[in-house]
Design a protein around this ligand. Structure first.
Ligand code: SF4
Length: 333
């Protein structure tokens, strides 16, 4: 990780390059061209005023992000976790989104840049392992200003960029070494599936170039002595029931173009939510998940993250952002 002074310099450069986006937003592949500074909204549904739906420790991310069981046993309690900040709105909006309350219904509260910086510092003071920016793309401008303030006031822990993968590589290139850990989804291999489930026929083309750029910036997944990620790229793929061909193509592409120094997180947790189409109105079967695991295990990842299939029926993976503790972590302690 570079030092905070260097991060601030890079943030200043990125803000300068992105300045025109405030009045003519083309931050992501949707290319809306709206004046968000004047209060207009594009596909993501958000102006330039930061809005967040949840800010707090999260214990359900990959073990290298949220903390591993060994670490918690060592500490004899559940400390740390990932310092998640869930932003309101989304530039992709999948029909089946489990976070639809924030991606589609745009629930959340406005915060200014100073308050967000304070929240980051508060999370750090509480002992989280990183600041995990969930769906940050459309808020990059105010978010970078908050990060700048947080670095000036002592932020030291890694920054995680947790996105849908629907990004422009040229925008990601401005985040070089500002972001320590990239945690993008890689969802669809074909234009027809991208169109059908996210109205994004160009998803693969944009996500593939963005992931290559992320890998250029963070070529190796680096862990500390507690097996917590400090830098690197972890790609997530949510397996969609009945769409195993899609999963196979995604795994093959990642293995060919980005392996072996990345993490692959093969996710079994799909549950039908919101506007999920009829054919996706079920969870994954154990056989489907095993088939995907068999393909993934043939390839050389730095780490392969798997989920137990029982996760598909556990409530805690379906957050409720109407609650102060959307993931129910307090209940589980
Ligand atoms: S960030 Fe929002 S307004 Fe800007 S191009 Fe993307 S979807 Fe459109």
């Amino acid at each position: 990780m570079i030092n905070p002074e260097e991060k601030i310099k890079r943030i200043d450069r990125a803000l300068k390059s992105l300045a025109s986006q405030a009045k003519d937003c083309r931050l992501c592949p949707r290319d809306c061209g709206v004046n968000r500074l004047a209060g207009e909204t594009g596909y993501c549904g958000e102006t330039l005023t930061l809005r967040i739906a949840y800010c707090g420790p999260h214990f359900g991310e990959e073990p290298v992000i949220s903390g591993c069981q060994d670490y918690f046993q060592q500490q004899e309690q559940q400390l740390g976790g990932s310092g998640t900040i869930f932003f309101t709105g989304c530039n992709l909006r999948c029909l089946y989104c489990q976070n639809y309350q924030i991606s589609w219904l745009n629930q959340g509260e406005s915060v200014d840049e100073i308050t967000l910086a304070q929240k980051m510092l508060q999370l750090q003071a509480e002992g989280v392992f990183n600041i995990n920016l969930v769906t940050p793309t459309h808020f990059l401008l105010p978010l970078l200003k908050s990060l700048r303030l947080a670095y000036q006031q002592g932020l030291k822990i890694p920054i995680v960029y947790n996105s849908s993968g629907y990004e422009k590589a040229e925008v990601i290139s401005l985040l070089d070494q500002i972001i320590d850990i990239y945690l993008p989804d890689f969802k669809y291999a074909s234009p027809s599936l991208g169109q059908k489930l996210s109205r994004a026929p160009d998803y693969f083309q944009f996500a593939a170039s963005a992931l290559r750029e992320m890998k250029n910036q963070q070529p190796y997944l680096r862990l500390d002595k507690n097996n917590l990620a400090r830098q690197g790229l972890i790609c997530r793929h949510l397996i969609l029931p009945g769409y195993l061909d899609n999963t196979r193509t995604i795994i093959n592409w990642l293995a060919t173009h980005l392996a072996p120094d990345i993490g692959l997180s093969l996710m079994s947790q799909y549950r039908p939510c919101f506007k999920a189409p009829t054919e996706l109105n079920r969870t994954l079967t154990p056989e489907e998940y095993q088939e995907a695991i068999n393909w993934a295990e043939k390839e050389p990842w730095e780490i392969l993250f798997l989920q137990p299939l029982k996760f598909s029926s556990e409530e805690h993976l379906l957050p409720d952002f109407n609650l102060p503790d959307p993931f129910g972590w307090q209940k589980q302690k």
